[in-house]
Design a protein around this ligand. Structure first.
Ligand code: NAD
Length: 493
C-alpha cells in the first residue's frame, strides 16, 4: 500500500482502486492490475484495476442506459445543478484529502495543489452547476402560420480522456460541463495518475449522482482509450493530451462519425518588448515555464526578448532559476517537485542534449537532482534559434528557450511560426501596441503583462494545428455537450 517516503502531514487516503461501472466498483474482467507510483520516490503507491476491452464495452453500455432510461435523462436541470453543487461542497469539506492524494500521485508541491488545482476543480463544478438550469433555446420567428423555435439537447454519452499533468482539474473541465448539460460519461484517466479521479468518482456517488452517469475506467491508452473512442455507443469524444494521440483519435472517430473535441499541446511564445517591466516579466516568465515542473500545455517555453533588453532579461532569469527550491512536495518552501516519471525525465534530458548539440547556450540547470525520484533543475537556454529543436518541440519539462528579436514584425513572425496555437503572452507598456499585437498572435489565449492565468469563466483551447480544435471552460464548453434542435409547429388553419 501507500509508501510515502515524503512526509505528508495528512496521510493520503486511497480511493477504491477498481473500475467504476454502473455505480459499482468492479475488478477488471481479465483480473489485471497496474501499479501507480509516487514520482518523488519512484515507489509504488498501490495497484489499480486495469480495464480491458470488455470492461470498456460494459462502461459504455452503462452510460448509454443511464442516458436513455435512467433518472438522469429526465431530471430537471435544477436538480442536476444541485448534485454538482453538492460535489463542489463535498470537495471543499475534503479539501486536504484530495490535495494530498493529487500531490502524491502526480508529484505536485502541496502548496501548488492547494492554491491552484483544488480551487479550480471546485470552481468548475460550481460554475457549471449554475448553468444546468439555464440551457435554453430561442424562438426564431419564420412565418405567421408557424411557431419555430430551438431547444438545446445533450449530445449523449461522452468519452473523456485526460492526461497526467493536472489529473483532477482536466477531468473536472470535462465532467462538470458534460453533467450540467445532461450527458453521461465514460472517463479514462492517465495510467500514471488514476487516483484522484477515482476518489472523485466515489465522492460523486455519495453526492447522489445516479449509477452509470459517471463511469471511470483506468488503463492503458492503447487499449482502453483506443477501444473507447472507436465504440459506436459514444456520441462525443473529449480528449486532452498529445497531438500524436489526438490525430489517432480523430482518425478513429471517422468510422462512426463521432463528434471530437481535442485539447492538445503547446509551445507558447512569451514576447518581452523593450518597454516591458523586466522585473515583473522575469518573475512571471519563470513561473510561466517552470510551474508544475514545466509540465503544462501552455508553458511559456519560447521566450522572445527584444535585443536591447536581452542580456538583462537572461541574467535575471538565470538568477531566478538558480533560486528555485526543488524537492519534497510536502515542504511549503519548495517551488518545484519531480517530473512525472523516469521516462519523462529522460525525454526532457534528451531535449537538453539536443539544445546543446544544436548550438544553444545552456546557462543553468538541465540536470537530474539527486538519484531518487525524478527531480530536474530548471534550465535556461540562451542564443536559441526559433528553428532549433528546443524552440520547435513541446518539451513538457522545466526548460526555457530565450530567443532574440529586433522589431515588432519579427516578434510576431517568430511567435506565429509554430505548429502550436494554444497561448501567447506579450509584455509592453504601450496600450495601442498590446491590443493590436494581441489580435495578430495565433493563440486561443493571449496574456498581456502577465502569464498563465486560466479561469473557469473563460474559454480555453487552441486555434488549430497541434494545439487542437475545441474550447474547454466558459460558456463555450456548453456547445461541446449540447446541440440545438429546431422545432417547427404548423399553426396554419
Ligand atoms: P498522451 O496523449 O500520451 O495521453 C493522454 C491520454 O490519452 C492518456 O489518458 C492516455 O492513456 C490516452 N491515450 C494514449 N493513447 C491513446 C489512444 N491511442 N487512444 C485513446 N487514448 C489514448 O498525453 P500525455 O503525455 O498524458 O500528456 C501530455 C500532453 O497533453 C502534452 O502534449 C500536453 O500539451 C497535452 N495537454 C494539453 C492540455 C490542453 O489544455 N490543451 C492540457 C494538459 C495537457
Amino acid at each position: 500500500m501507500s509508501t510515502l517516503a515524503q512526509d505528508f502531514k495528512n496521510e493520503p487516503k486511497l480511493p477504491p482502486v477498481e473500475l467504476l461501472i454502473d455505480g459499482e466498483w468492479r475488478a477488471a474482467k481479465t483480473g489485471k492490475r497496474f501499479e501507480t507510483r509516487n514520482p518523488a520516490t519512484g515507489e509504488v503507491i498501490t495497484t489499480v484495476a486495469e480495464a480491458g476491452r470488455t470492461d470498456v464495452h460494459d462502461a459504455v453500455m452503462a452510460a448509454r442506459r443511464a442516458f436513455e432510461t435512467g433518472p438522469w435523462a429526465t431530471m430537471p436541470g435544477i436538480d442536476r445543478g444541485r448534485i454538482l453543487y453538492r460535489i463542489a461542497q463535498m470537495l471543499r469539506d475534503r479539501f486536504e484529502e484530495f490535495v494530498s492524494l493529487e500531490s502524491l500521485d502526480a508529484g505536485k508541491p502541496l502548496r501548488a495543489t492547494r492554491r491552484q488545482d483544488l480551487p479550480a476543480v471546485i470552481d468548475c463544478f460550481e460554475y457549471y452547476a449554475g448553468w444546468a438550469d439555464k440551457l435554453k433555446g430561442d424562438v426564431i420567428p419564420v412565418r405567421d402560420d408557424a411557431l419555430t423555435y430551438t431547444i438545446r439537447e445533450p449530445v449523449g454519452v461522452v468519452a473523456a480522456i485526460v492526461p497526467w499533468n493536472f489529473p483532477l482539474m482536466n477531468a473536472a473541465w470535462k465532467i462538470a460541463p458534460a453533467l450540467a448539460c445532461g450527458c453521461t460519461i465514460v472517463l479514462k484517466p492517465a495510467e500514471l495518475t488514476p487516483l484522484s479521479v477515482l476518489a472523485l468518482g466515489a465522492l460523486a456517488l455519495e453526492a447522489g449522482l445516479p449509477p452509470g452517469v459517471l463511469n471511470i475506467i483506468p488503463g492503458p491508452g492503447s487499449v482502453v482509450g483506443a477501444t473507447l473512442v472507436a465504440h459506436p455507443g459514444i456520441n462525443k469524444i473529449s480528449f486532452t493530451g498529445s497531438p500524436e494521440v489526438g490525430r489517432q483519435i480523430m482518425r478513429a472517430a471517422a468510422d462512426n462519425v463521432t463528434r471530437v473535441g481535442l485539447e492538445l499541446g503547446g509551445k507558447s511564445p512569451n514576447i518581452i518588448f523593450e518597454d516591458a517591466d523586466i522585473e515583473a516579466a522575469v518573475r512571471a516568465s519563470s513561473s510561466g515555464v517552470f510551474f508544475n515542473a514545466g509540465q503544462v500545455c501552455s508553458a511559456g517555453s519560447r521566450i522572445l526578448v527584444h535585443r536591447s533588453r536581452y542580456d538583462d532579461f537572461v541574467d535575471a532569469m538565470v538568477k531566478r532559476a538558480e533560486k528555485y527550491k526543488i524537492g519534497d512536495v510536502a515542504n511549503p518552501e519548495v517551488d518545484m517537485g519531480p517530473v512525472i516519471s523516469e521516462k519523462q525525465m529522460n525525454t526532457i534530458l534528451g531535449f537538453v542534449d539536443a539544445g546543446r548539440r544544436e548550438g544553444a547556450s545552456l546557462l543553468t540547470g538541465g540536470a537530474r537532482v539527486g538519484d531518487r525520484g525524478y527531480f530536474l533543475s530548471p534550465a535556461v537556454f540562451a542564443n536559441v534559434g526559433n528553428d532549433m529543436t528546443i524552440a520547435r518541440e513541446e518539451i513538457f519539462g522545466p526548460v526555457a528557450s530565450v530567443i532574440r528579436f529586433d522589431d515588432e514584425e519579427e516578434a510576431i513572425r517568430l511567435a506565429n511560426s509554430s505548429i502550436y496555437s494554444l497561448a501567447a503572452a506579450l509584455w509592453s507598456r504601450d496600450v495601442g501596441r498590446v491590443h493590436s499585437i494581441a489580435k495578430r498572435l495565433r493563440a486561443g489565449t493571449v496574456w498581456v503583462n502577465t502569464y498563465g492565468h486560466t479561469n473557469t469563466r473563460l474559454p480555453w483551447g487552441g486555434q488549430g494545428g497541434a494545439s487542437g480544435i475545441t474550447r474547454d471552460l466558459g460558456e463555450a464548453a456548453l456547445s461541446n455537450y449540447t446541440e440545438p434542435k429546431a422545432i417547427w409547429v404548423n399553426l396554419g388553419r
